[in-house]
Design a protein around this ligand. Sequence first.
Ligand code: SF4
Length: 316
Amino acid sequence: MFGLKNDWDLEPPPRYFTLEDYEGGVARWCPGCGDLAVLTAVQKICRDEQIPPEKTVCASGIGCSSRFPHYMNTYGFHGLHGRALPVACGVKARRPDLDVWVATGDGDCCSIGAGHWVHATRYNMNMVVMMFDNHTYGLTKNQSSPTSPVGYCSNTHPEGVWLPPLDPISATLGFTNASFVAQTIDWNPLHLYQVLRDAHAHVGFSFVRILQRCPTYTSMMFDELQQDPSKILLIAPDGEELDPTLTRTYKNTVKHDPTDIDAARKLGSQNEPLPIGVLFRQPDHPVYGDVTERGIGMGAREKLEALDREMDRFMV
Ligand code: SF4
């Protein structure tokens, strides 16, 4: 071509995504809300893993944390109360190539969405499910949720909750085919990041319970855990080194084999000290996506891949 040297490379440079590429609308959670920390952690993981925004889907139900998809510059589906998981499973069934993140709250997941929670766990589709647990319905102005502790006074229980709370970790570990169960806290960004990163790396349904501060309604709920690190038990999975930044803060550590379901159930059911980290990980459990991917058929799959290649040319 006139004016160009023969060895000039006309290939566009590879895309590199920065944090800004994942930033959606300005988050409208209350100041100090733990949801902000989770949003930051997910955006960092997307950046560090270089997941194309157009290959990422965030699905949610209803509640404060379910505003999550609005704040990610990816595809998103802000669904109905308790229906984040059916939407996410539907997306994953037809587009297994997409990276799916689910934002659901303790009310959304453990109450109205409880039936979906059981079956989505059993389907074991490849997605990260973040269960933001602040022990209350924040969006609807403080009603007791299934995880509200005994004695908690809310608009629905002004004299205090009297039933013992549901334990999301023990429950999930009891569901058939559960393959990844973890627990973390929003006020330690490193631990939050590492657990969500591990959940993302796992191929299957990764359930992460995040203890999430709600300064508006349940500000006192996690005070003790925050102020006294001895109330936290850091899980050290066999064969993995814990980050010294974490062990400097949390002196209580426990060695744990995350493939041992009985040990995971025993550890996960305790509250004092509260175990945080990966409780259970079993990569060999059947993944429903393996079946649906075969169902799509090679013809359709090749067409999808060709379409993606076409789109990539325009996204540079
Ligand atoms: S009400 Fe609570 S959970 Fe909802 S945005 Fe405000 S601080 Fe966050």
